[in-house]
Design a protein around this ligand. Sequence first.
Ligand SMILES: [Zn+2]
Length: 260
Amino acid sequence: MSDERWDGGAVGERAVCVREDNPGVMTLDGTNTWVLREPGGERSVVVDPGELDEPHLRAVLEVAAPVALVLLTHRHGDHTGGAAWFADAAGCPVRATDPDHCTGAPPLADGEEIEVDGLRLRVVATPGHTSDSTSFLLTDASLLTGDTVLGRGTTVVAHPDGALGPYLDSLERLSGMVDAGEVARLLPGHGPVVDDAGAVLDFYLTHRAQRLEQVRAAVADGAVTPRAVVERVYADVDESVWPAAELSVAAQLDHLAAGG
Ligand SMILES: [Zn+2]
């Protein structure tokens, strides 16, 4: 994991990141829009156009045209807000796990293989950050993770749409894919490329387990509301991320209440 600023660019032979200029607490350096194309192939696939931000969308189109398909990793606006504008400009369909975010094509199915001019992608359902969170596996062992795993720090379980049980299962699933040699590198929705996928997934799993223990202890100590838990458990973290932390804590309280 890198603390250096991330500006996007080419990653391997098939992926180029056009980083949107929308930095923030949740978006880190900005949203990563991924343009995928098989070497020698004509048309591209664009993953997560980003917000409705015309200068960004035009910059993506310049790199990506002609575009066969837009894919979405999940429903949050920093990934999807510009999808309709972009698909219209590019003249292509939009596919997502959430049917409400599809245009002109059916929703994605877990395990589905997509092929565009020689580029092959496998759909990997990774719910947890949101219920519709989806990753995409390329043939060079790169996995596009959306907000399931970020390039820096950790992510939020966006309660109540997101949930901790499915999130932990998704991390375990990805960890298993690393062990099986299917995944080596992560191309996240925000922040820099992760070259050691196994180490970062281990870190995420350890971090989640530690936080869950801390939340359990805070509850045993009398904290009732997510806010009260955040004030104890996230005392070491900048207050600007407390609203996001409250969502993750609410998800953890749900998980504990369900006997997790
Ligand atoms: Zn995001």
